[in-house]
Design a protein around this ligand. Structure first.
Ligand SMILES: O=P(O)(O)O[C@@H]1C[C@H](O)[C@@H](CO)O1
Ligand SMILES: O=c1cc[nH]c(=O)[nH]1
Length: 318
């Protein structure tokens, strides 16, 4: 089946998006939505008739997303304190408490949301998040994924800012089957935002941060060339050769959400970035066996960088 390549149509999309970016509004690319009298954001437990979304969210300027609910709650508490709103846990309530699919916390202009693991999970969250930002009339929103990853030839604890998310063939694209057609979308991320984040990390100077390609896979084990899953059909040499080819193609880390995140945010005119810490060097092994306190310290690194970035944007001292 011939895929629908996003080449020409995505160029048209960029023109569209630029127009939309002028107003700063989120670009919803679905004509059916206007015909609906109510929109239920089922996995958030929110809706346009049951909740006053503009009153709840119109001041949102930064959205931070990550896989784990606990990490995103910890980030919400951290940013709440960093922005000077205090450290009282009681001030942070889960806005999606009506459902256990995702959790969502708000600290002033910052929204923190968990997205679970993998492309299907983050993509459902993004559909509802992007519609939420649209219904709430949010403007000039920056969205950042703060996650964990496996590095390739990187010292564990290195923070990688993604320039382009690539697939398992190292192509800068995300493929989705829509009806019975394969749709291909670009996974390029905002260059200006990448440089701003890199500068921020140099200013805080607390950990090594680099810019590179991030490979996004559909699986943690075989899909990332691990030898320690329940199934494995390749040799350790095959694994090593594949990771070395990825490295030669510019891939510096591997995770499981960046491609659909980049593609959807780009098409909807959202300035987006992916910032992931590496938990291990995949050329050295597959198992994540670092002590709990080291893991906690590593997971904090993208949060520290993004907190500094947000504070800088808000004109607060870092
Ligand atoms: O945001 P997180 O740390 O969940 O991202 C990576 C990619 C997968 O979701 C998960 C695998 O452990 O970690
Ligand atoms: O190796 C790793 C570590 C975290 N997340 C991944 O997807 N892969």
């Amino acid at each position: 089946m011939a895929p629908i390549v996003a080449g020409k149509s995505s160029e048209a999309a960029v023109t569209d998006i630029n127009g939309q970016l002028g107003s700063g509004l989120v670009h919803i690319r679905n004509p059916h939505l206007d015909l609906m009298s109510e929109d239920i954001l089922y996995h958030f437990g929110l809706g346009t008739k049951t909740h006053d979304l503009p009153a709840m969210f119109s001041d949102v300027k930064f959205v931070c997303v990550g896989g784990s609910a606990n990490r995103m709650k910890a980030f919400a508490l951290f940013i709440h304190k960093e922005l000077g709103y205090g450290s009282d846990q009681n001030n942070i309530a889960d806005i999606c408490a009506g459902t256990d699919r995702y959790c969502m916390f708000k600290a002033g202009p910052v929204l923190a949301i968990s997205h679970g693991m993998g492309i299907p999970s983050i993509s459902i969250m993004l559909h509802e998040l992007i519609k939420l930002l649209h219904h709430a009339n949010c403007r000039d929103v920056v969205i950042i994924r703060i996650g964990t990853s496996g590095g390739i030839g990187m010292r564990p604890g290195t923070v990688i800012i993604t320039d382009t998310a690539v697939d398992a063939f190292f192509r800068p694209q995300f493929e989705l089957t829509v009806l019975d057609k394969v749709v291909i979308r670009s996974t390029e991320l905002d260059k200006e935002l990448i440089q701003e984040l890199l500068l921020c990390s140099q200013e805080i100077s607390q950990f090594n941060t680099i810019v590179g390609h991030t490979m996004c896979t559909y699986d943690f084990y075989e899909g990332q060339g691990r030898l320690d899953g329940a199934l494995c059909s390749f040799s350790s040499q095959d694994k090593f050769d594949y990771l070395m080819r990825a490295c030669s193609a510019g891939v510096r880390n591997i995770e499981m959400e960046s491609s659909v995140f980049a593609a959807m945010c780009r098409l909807c005119g959202l300035k987006a970035a992916v910032v992931c810490v590496t938990l291990l060097d995949r050329l050295q092994g597959d198992q994540i066996n670092i002590p709990h306190d080291v893991l906690a310290d590593y997971q904090l690194r993208p949060q520290i960088l993004i907190a500094a970035f947000i504070k800088k944007h808000l004109g607060l001292n870092t």
